[in-house]
Design a protein around this ligand. Structure first.
Ligand code: PEP
Ligand code: MG
Length: 541
C-alpha cells in the first residue's frame, strides 16, 4: 500500500482503478523552417518551462515525501539540461533547418536507443526517463493546454494537471474521482470538481507512470489522501467512510422541498452554481431554489470555435425551461486568466488575472458580447432569466453595458423577436466595485459577490498559485468588511445581494452571512442541502 497526500478540493470517497492521463502530444511532423533562430528560441523557452516545472515537483516532493522519492524529478531535470541533450536538439534544428518538436523527438529516440543498448540495468531503465521528460518538453513546446479525455470504464483519473477546459469535459458517467500533481484549492478546476461533485485531490506528490495504470486506488477528498492498493483493513475503513457519507447525503435529501428559513423566521435563498446545462440534473436533485451563477464561459471552453447565437440560445433555453420558472442568473462571458480558449487568440500576459479578461473583452468586442446577449434575451421567453456581469470596476462599464443592452433589445424588437424584461446585476469581485457599491447599486437590480476573486484582489494573492494557498484567506477581515459594506449599500439602495463565490457554501460562515442579511447564497449543487440544514437549525437566540 502507498499513501500520498495533497489538497482535498471536494469531499467524497472514490474507489476504483487508476487511469493515467498523459496530455496528448500532437503528432510530431518534420517541418522545414526558414527562421532557425526563432526555432532555437522556442526550444529554449520550452526547456525553461520544463525545468521550472520539474524543479517545483522536486521541491514539493522533497518536503513531503523525502529526497529518495523526489530524486526522479531531479534526474529528469538533469537529463534535459545535459549539454549533450541540448546540443543534439540545437544541432538538428540548425543542420536540418527543422522545427524544434522534430529535433526534440529525434533526440529522445536516439538517446533512449543508446540507453536501451547498455549492459547496465540501471542505465537501461533511463531509456524510459528520457522519453518521459522529452514528452513533457514537447507538451510545453506545443502548448498542449487542453483536450477531451476519453474514458471507457469508470476510473479514477491521475494527471499532472487538469485545466478547466479539460475538467469541464470529463464524462460524468465514467469519472469516479481525480488526482493531479499540480493545482490549487481555489482554481477553476477545483471549483469544477465541486460543481460536478467529483471527489478530487490536487497537488499530490506522486510520480505518474504507466505502472499505476489499472491499480486499485482510493481517493479521500475529505482529508486529501490518495491510497494505492490499500491494505484490506484500510480499504474497509474507507468503504465505511464512503457509506457514512452516502447516508449523510440521503438524510439531507429529507430537506428537499423545505424552505430555507431559520428558527427565527429569517429566509435566505439557496441557489446553485453551474458550468453548463448538464449540471441541471444535480441542481434539481439537490432542490436548489434557483441558479445563482451560470458560468457561461464554459460553453466557450468546450468549443473549438465561438459558440453561435443559436447554440447559446439552446443552452440557455434548456436551463431556463428545466428550472421551470425558478430564477436562472446567467453570468456573461468571463474568459481570461486560467480560463483560456485558443480561438480567442489572446496575447500571453505577464499578469493574466489582472489582464484582458471578462467584461473588458466584451466591451471591446461588441460582436461577441451582442451575440451572447441576443441568445440570453431570446431564451428569456422560456423561464425566469437574469443577467449579471463579471469583473466590474467602474460606473462607466455598467453604463456602457446598459447602452449595449438597449441596442440589443432594439434590434431584437425590429426583427420581431420576442424577449422578456430581465433583472440586470453585477458581480462584486473587485475591491473597486465593493468600495463604490453605493454608486453602482443605483444602476442595477442586484449584486452577487464573487468571494473567490474578491479575496484574490483584496489580498493580492493569486488564487492559482499553489504556494500561496495558505495565504489565500477568504476569512480575512478586509474581505469580510468589504462583503458587509456591499450588503449595506445594496439594502440602503433597495436592491438584493447574494454571494456566489466558494465562501457561500462554507458552513462556518452561514451565521455571519445571515447576520449580514445576505439575501441569497449560491453554492455547488451538492452543497445546497447541507447549507439548508445549517439555515434551518440556526437561531439567533
Ligand atoms: C468569484 O470570483 O467568486 C466567482 C464566483 O467567479 P469565478 O470563480 O468564476 O471567478
Ligand atoms: Mg470571479
Amino acid at each position: 500500500m502507498q499513501v500520498f497526500t495533497g489538497i482535498g478540493v471536494n469531499g467524497g470517497i472514490a474507489i476504483g482503478q487508476f487511469s493515467m492521463y498523459q496530455r496528448k502530444v500532437t503528432e510530431i511532423v518534420r517541418k522545414s523552417v526558414e527562421d532557425v533562430d526563432s526555432e532555437l528560441t522556442r526550444f529554449q523557452e520550452a526547456l525553461e518551462k520544463t525545468v521550472v516545472h520539474l524543479r517545483k515537483l522536486y521541491e514539493k516532493a522533497v518536503s513531503e515525501v523525502g529526497e529518495a522519492t523526489a530524486m526522479i524529478f531531479e534526474v529528469h531535470q538533469m537529463m534535459i539540461e545535459d549539454r549533450e541533450y541540448i546540443a543534439s536538439v540545437e544541432n538538428i534544428i540548425r543542420a536540418e533547418k527543422v522545427n524544434a518538436e522534430y529535433a526534440v523527438d529525434l533526440t529522445a529516440i536516439n538517446l533512449s536507443n543508446i540507453f536501451s543498448s547498455m549492459d547496465n540495468e540501471y542505465m537501461k531503465e533511463r531509456a524510459v526517463d528520457i522519453k518521459d521528460v522529452s514528452k513533457k518538453l514537447l507538451s510545453f513546446l506545443q502548448d498542449n493546454a487542453s483536450e477531451e479525455i476519453k474514458m471507457n470504464k469508470p476510473v479514477i483519473l491521475a494527471a499532472d494537471d487538469l485545466v478547466p477546459s479539460e475538467t469541464v469535459q470529463l464524462d460524468r458517467t465514467m469519472i469516479l474521482g481525480f488526482i493531479t500533481q499540480q493545482g490549487s484549492a481555489n482554481s477553476h478546476t477545483a471549483i469544477l470538481a465541486r460543481t460536478m461533485d467529483i471527489p478530487a485531490v490536487v497537488g499530490v506528490n506522486i510520480e505518474l507512470n504507466s505502472e499505476l495504470e489499472g491499480k486499485l486506488a482510493v481517493i479521500d477528498g475529505f482529508d486529501g489522501r490518495v491510497y494505492i492498493e490499500p491494505e484490506q483493513e484500510v480499504l474497509m475503513k474507507l468503504m465505511k467512510k464512503q457509506l457514512q457519507d452516502n447516508e449523510r447525503k440521503s438524510l439531507l435529501k429529507q430537506l428537499k422541498g423545505k424552505e430555507s428559513i431559520t428558527k427565527d423566521g429569517q429566509v435566505i435563498k439557496i441557489y446553485a452554481n453551474i458550468g453548463n446545462s448538464e449540471d441541471i440534473d444535480s441542481v434539481l436533485n439537490n432542490d436548489a431554489e434557483g441558479i445563482g451563477l451560470f458560468r457561461s464561459e464554459f460553453l466557450y471552453l468546450k468549443n473549438d470555435t465561438y459558440p453561435t447565437e443559436e447554440e447559446q440560445f439552446v443552452a440557455y433555453r434548456t436551463v431556463a425551461e428545466k428550472m421551470s420558472g425558478k430564477k436562472v442568473i446567467i453570468r456573461t462571458l468571463d474568459i481570461g486568466a486560467d480560463k483560456k480558449v485558443d480561438y480567442f487568440n489572446l496575447d500571453k500576459e505577464e499578469n493574466p488575472a489582472l489582464g484582458y479578461r471578462a467584461i473588458r473583452i466584451c466591451l471591446d468586442r461588441n460582436d461577441l458580447f451582442k451575440t451572447q446577449l441576443r441568445a440570453i434575451y431570446r431564451a428569456s421567453m422560456y423561464g425566469k432569466i437574469s443577467i449579471m456581469f463579471p469583473m466590474i470596476i467602474s460606473l462607466e462599464e455598467v453604463r456602457k453595458i446598459k447602452v449595449i443592452i438597449e441596442e440589443v433589445k432594439k434590434e431584437l424588437g425590429e426583427e420581431g423577436i420576442s424577449f422578456a424584461e430581465v433583472e440586470l446585476g453585477i458581480m462584486i469581485e473587485t475591491p473597486a466595485a465593493a468600495l463604490i457599491s453605493d454608486i453602482l447599486a443605483k444602476e442595477v437590480d442586484f449584486f452577487s459577490i464573487g468571494t473567490n476573486d474578491l479575496t484574490q484582489y483584496t489580498l493580492a494573492i493569486d488564487r492559482q498559485n499553489q504556494k500561496l494557498d495558505k495565504l489565500y484567506d477568504p476569512y480575512h477581515p478586509a474581505v469580510l468588511r468589504l462583503i458587509d459594506v456591499v450588503a449595506h449599500n445594496a439594502h440602503d439602495n433597495g436592491i438584493w445581494v447574494g454571494i456566489c463565490g466558494e465562501l457561500a457554501g462554507d458552513l462556518t460562515m452561514t451565521e455571519t452571512f445571515l447576520q449580514m442579511e445576505i439575501d441569497e447564497l449560491s453554492v455547488a449543487p451538492s452543497k445546497v442541502l447541507a447549507l439548508r440544514n445549517e439555515v434551518i437549525n440556526f437561531s439567533s437566540k
